[in-house]
Design a protein around this ligand. Structure first.
Ligand code: SF4
Length: 264
């Protein structure tokens, strides 16, 4: 069985504990306005034109976004970084796109990693059938789980999908004692109202075993990718958030007893 991967990032330090190799899997059912990886949207391998400067000349060439890997081939790529994992307490992170979209391949990879005693993280939007989470959750050491908006209508406007399944999956993971960190992409004017943050606080406080939340301040990185990959960009050109801009939200979460990290 093969999977489609659009990038492999080595020496990643923001995608879970230690030094990690992050596997970006192609395909995502969401369309978050602020997405930095629009090349991940389609689950298929795509071909694009790219301009490169060669000896003072601009040369157009075709590049493929996405590459097919078997489980064995991808494990071989991951094994190259074993030394860094051992020394830092790191491992492998499956991200995307939405890695749950390739559930059979993800499941096979997680099982292989487990048999090799490799620490695994799944970075997910949470938008997938609950049975997918039931299927993989025993083979995942840590979930990085996005929470974008508590209001369903607003969630649909911002991401193109309802938050109902996402909240249900989040409850399932926490109630079953799975190791999980919430990631809140804080987007000015879109989901950073005090009302939304207080709704998050109340929802998460009810799920008693959860303790850690990462606030990801909005940044403009990746905007040029929309032109490069011929994708429509509906996000207005607003300035990035500084770390200090998120302190008031950090305080609200901290007052409710959560451990907060800014920046992932
Ligand atoms: S879930 Fe992630 S990859 Fe998918 S559209 Fe949203 S930000 Fe982009």
């Amino acid at each position: 069985m093969n999977g489609i991967v659009f990038d492999i990032k080595r020496y990643a330090v923001h995608d879970g504990p230690g030094i990690r190799t992050t596997i970006f899997m192609k395909g995502c059912p969401l369309r978050c306005l602020w997405c930095h990886n629009p090349e991940s949207f389609s689950p298929k391998i795509e071909e694009f034109n790219q301009s490169n400067r060669l000896a003072e000349k601009l040369v157009e060439e075709k590049v493929n976004i996405g590459k097919e890997y078997s489980v064995r081939q991808l494990i071989k790529e991951i094994e190259k970084d074993q030394l860094f994992f051992d020394e830092s307490g790191g491992g492998v992170t499956f991200s995307g796109g939405e890695p749950m979209l390739q559930i059979d391949f993800l499941d096979a990879m997680l099982k292989e990693c487990r048999s090799m005693d490799l620490h695994t993280v799944v970075d997910t939007s949470g938008f997938a059938p609950k049975k997918h989470f039931e299927r993989i959750s025993n083979d995942v050491n840590l979930f990085l789980f996005d929470l974008k908006h508590m209001d369903d209508v607003e969630h649909q406007k911002l991401t193109g999908v309802s938050n109902k399944q996402i909240l249900e999956n989040l409850k399932f993971l926490i109630e079953n004692g799975k190791n999980l960190i919430i990631r809140f992409p804080m987007i000015p004017g879109f989901n950073d109202s005090k009302t939304n943050i207080m709704k998050m606080v109340f929802f998460l406080t009810d799920l008693t075993s959860l303790s850690e939340i990462h606030i990801l301040p909005y940044h403009r990185i990746g905007r040029d990718k929309y032109d490069r990959f011929n994708k429509e960009n509906s996000m207005p050109d607003i300035p990035s958030l500084n770390e200090e801009d998120t302190f008031w939200a950090k305080e609200l979460f901290e007052e409710a007893g959560f451990k907060i990290n800014i920046g992932g």
